[in-house]
Design a protein around this ligand. Structure first.
Ligand code: LLP
Length: 467
């Protein structure tokens, strides 16, 4: 690997500036723009997990999700280590699989000792098929169907009950059962945090969870239905959060409910404080480290329990974005370019809103890196346009890039969370493949969809079939 000093005189700035610092192996992955294994080889190409990104695109096609196992494993380990360092009680980290649910990802995080948070029958099925044991799975969601609840009960996973209908449906389902089903209650703690309004969930006006004013009647209902084994409570206040204070406040609010539950004869054992830690999408983002975030949760719970003379609960959290977001880059191949004199230059790529709907949905801002020309000065400003028939399909509004030609490869970092999981087939564009890279090995974890896949679920009524 060559190492070129990064100059910051505005002329020589190149994609090198985004490489993670080599001298800090303890870096928190969520504070790095590129995966921790990112380097540059002597062909001036970006290397992730020991594989040349340009070669990966030649081998697996484009666009391509490239998932670095070192970054994902490091994030899992930092979460677990932070709990063992800062919490004297038992703890469990759940991976919020809504961020990216597929067999390989579930199996990898489970191998790292994490449990899994699922929000649908489909995510539950995926986690089970990946070999995750049911007692390590927590089933969330504000509108689980009776069928999903039945599936959850049959598998033996933990159910995070969100509302009265679910509570009543479960009680009915178990009427004739002699088995107790472990449940947690999702509460809306009334805590505000600064993030995009679509991804804020803990404030009172939220579709999720029980209103705090009604919780006592919920406790009363549960105490009359012994089949419902209420083991704990849960809250999640939002996502892509950079402040620590809201989670400190959350610990205190939630511990108060432990004491109240006891007065209804319920002995809660688990406290799940959700996810939410932010990551770097650009160098302007400045999230706290994984360790600092976990320490805040732990200290908040320890203090709140001490103040009320309560034993420490089993403490859970369920990060998604900060575990898998920084571990992935999406590689695109550059195609057509268009100059609109005095207005804007467009560089089009072979994907866009179908593989990354976040810019069009949340106005999320990303950086682009010229993976095939890492040391070239970033002398151009251009919009990176997706290939979909929609003017708003712009991956980045103002990207700093070197001069590019058709065939060049660019990557967008920070695409591990909520990209594949929210991907669509808009314009009947097949979803990309994904590879897991590690020490020069690249394993396919998601096959690229084919045109046949696109019509697999289509049905053609008899009368429309051509003779
Ligand atoms: N637990 C619950 C109950 C959640 O609703 C979420 C995220 C998480 C955990 C994980 O939060 P994280 O650690 O990833 O922040 N699609 C949006 C994000 C939606 C988040 C939904 N809930 C995005 O692309 O930004």
């Amino acid at each position: 690997m060559i190492s070129i000093p990064i100059t910051d005189n505005g002329v020589n700035r190149s994609s090198y500036q985004y490489l993670p610092p080599l001298d800090n192996p303890a870096a928190s992955p969520n504070q790095s723009l590129l995966p921790l294994s990112a380097q540059v080889n002597d062909q001036d190409h970006l290397v992730v997990g020991g594989s040349d990104v340009v070669e990966l695109v030649q081998r697996f096609g484009s666009p391509l999700y490239i998932l670095d196992s070192e970054t994902l494993e490091t994030a899992c380990r930092q979460y677990r280590q932070a709990f063992s360092q800062h919490y004297p009680g038992e703890a469990l980290v759940l991976y919020a699989s809504k961020a990216w649910s597929c067999l390989a990802v579930c199996a990898l995080v489970a191998r790292e000792g994490l449990g899994i948070d699922v929000v649908s029958g489909g995510e539950l099925y995926t986690a089970l098929q990946a070999g995750v044991s049911p007692e390590q799975i927590y089933f969330h969601g504000n509108n689980k169907s009776a069928e999903e609840l039945r599936f959850a009960v049959e598998t033996g996973c933990r159910i995070v009950v969100d509302n009265w209908l679910e509570l009543e449906t479960l009680a009915k389902l178990l009427e004739t059962s002699d088995r107790r089903v472990p449940i947690l209650l999702r509460l809306t703690p009334g805590i505000e945090c600064h993030t995009h309004e679509y991804i804020r969930t803990g404030h009172l006006d939220s579709k999720f969870g029980f209103d705090p004013d009604r919780v006592e009647s919920v406790f009363a209902f549960i105490s009359k239905h012994p089949v419902l084994d209420c083991i704990g409570i849960h809250a999640h206040i939002g996502s892509q959060i950079f402040e620590l204070q809201p989670h400190n406040d959350l610990s205190d609010v939630m511990v108060q409910w432990f004491a109240k539950a006891a007065s209804y004869g319920l002995s809660l054992r688990e406290l799940d404080l959700g996810g939410g830690l932010g990551i770097c999408y650009t160098e302007a983002d400045d999230p706290p480290s994984i360790t600092a975030w976990v320490k805040t949760l732990c200290q908040g719970v320890i203090e709140a329990c001490r103040a009320r003379q309560l034993p420490l609960p089993r403490l859970l959290c369920e990060p998604g974005r900060s575990l898998i977001g920084p571990a992935c880059v999406t590689a695109y191949t550059v195609g057509s370019q268009k100059q609109v004199p005095g207005i804007r230059n467009y560089v089009s790529v072979d994907g866009g809103m179908s593989d990354n709907p976040r810019p069009i949905t949340y106005q999320s801002v990303y950086r682009a890196i010229a993976a095939s020309k890492m040391s070239a000065p970033l002398s151009e400003t251009a919009a990176i346009a997706g290939k979909h028939c929609e003017s708003g399909d712009i991956v980045i509004n103002q990207a700093q890039l070197p001069p590019l030609e058709a065939g060049d490869v660019i990557v967008i970092p920070g695409t591990g969370a909520y990209n594949y999981s929210m991907a669509s087939n808009y314009n009947r564009v097949p979803r990309p493949a994904a590879v897991l890279v590690n020490q020069g090995e690249a394993q396919l974890i998601l096959q690229r969809e084919t045109y046949q896949d696109l019509i697999r679920q289509d049905c053609l009524p008899e009368f429309l079939k051509q003779a």
